[in-house]
Design a protein around this ligand. Structure first.
Ligand code: KIV
Length: 272
């Protein structure tokens, strides 16, 4: 029996390209496990990003730097098992592609081979272009990421808005063109002025996906834990919180504790 489920049409990089041409916005959310991947896939999300933000929201690190390639592969393989329709993109973690293009290609191949993902994402422009070319040359679709690139947080020093000044904005525009020229299929723009994101989005053929980059991007991405309100401390201006899951889950857990303590749970119907 074929493993391919013909009833569901998988979103591909070509689908995203067509969406840009047709002016249909692209929805992207992060997921790190089977259950949430299944939930957001069934809800109709276009792209699932297995973000290295797992380092923050799953592992509790302060930055995205500590997460390893093996850990990203574990998360990505779990997500792939839950995602039937969406395009699954996996972040290449810090250290897995910056040193040279041989290492970058080997890391990308491991992600594709060991997880079944459909594409990878990496941060940076000109400085990583050799790696981007080698990965695309091996047939692996690459989503690029410019603006606030969290793997460079110690170079930036803060999580403030990037590319407000002309020099940095010009570098970002040049990098965006370069990444498109070498064949990236999409570009994440993080925390840059909306006017700059608009200019970049209009100048590129490939779709841009914004986070804190305004409404003119071709799509939007949020970290799932943030938009569901699981994380109460992170409240940047760009974040729209759709649920207060922290409060709702806390109430559920408190009720459960109360039911156990009062001997209300389990009752006869819940027993064998
Ligand atoms: O790791 C991540 O979640 C990301 C998004 C914020 C774009 O890179």
């Amino acid at each position: 029996m074929s493993a391919i489920k013909p009833d569901l049409k998988r979103i591909t990089t070509n689908t995203l390209q067509k969406m840009k041409v047709n002016g249909e916005k692209i929805s992207m959310l992060t997921a790190y496990d089977f259950s949430f991947a299944g939930l957001i896939d069934a809800a109709g999300i276009d792209v699932i990003l297995v973000g290295d933000s797992a380092s923050n929201v799953v592992a509790g690190h302060e930055t995205t730097l500590p997460i390893t390639l093996d850990q990203m592969i574990y998360h990505a393989a779990s997500v792939i098992r839950g995602a039937r329709r969406s395009l699954v993109v996996v972040d290449m973690p810090f250290g897995s592609y910056q040193s040279n293009s041989d290492i970058a290609l080997a890391s990308a191949i491991r992600i594709m081979k060991e997880t079944g993902a459909h594409a990878i994402k990496l941060e940076g422009g000109e400085e990583v272009i050799d790696s981007v070319k080698r990965i695309i040359g091996a047939g692996i679709p690459v989503m690029a990421h410019l603006g606030l690139t969290p793997q460079s947080i110690y170079k930036f020093g803060t999580y403030n808005v990037r590319a407000k000044e002309e020099v940095e904005a010009n570098k970002l525009k040049n990098d965006a063109q370069l990444l498109e020229t070498v064949g990236c299929f999409a570009l994440v723009l993080e925390k840059i002025p909306a006017t700059l994101a608009k200019e970049v989005s209009q100048s590129l053929q490939i779709p841009t996906i914004g986070i804190g980059a305004g409404k003119y991007c071709d799509g939007q991405v949020l970290v799932m834990h943030d938009m569901l309100g699981l994380n109460t401390e992170f409240k940047p201006r760009f974040l729209r919180q759709y649920l207060n899951l922290h409060e709702q889950a806390t109430n559920a857990v408190k009720q459960y504790i109360g039911d156990v303590k009062s001997n209300d749970f389990p009752n006869d119907a819940e027993s064998y």
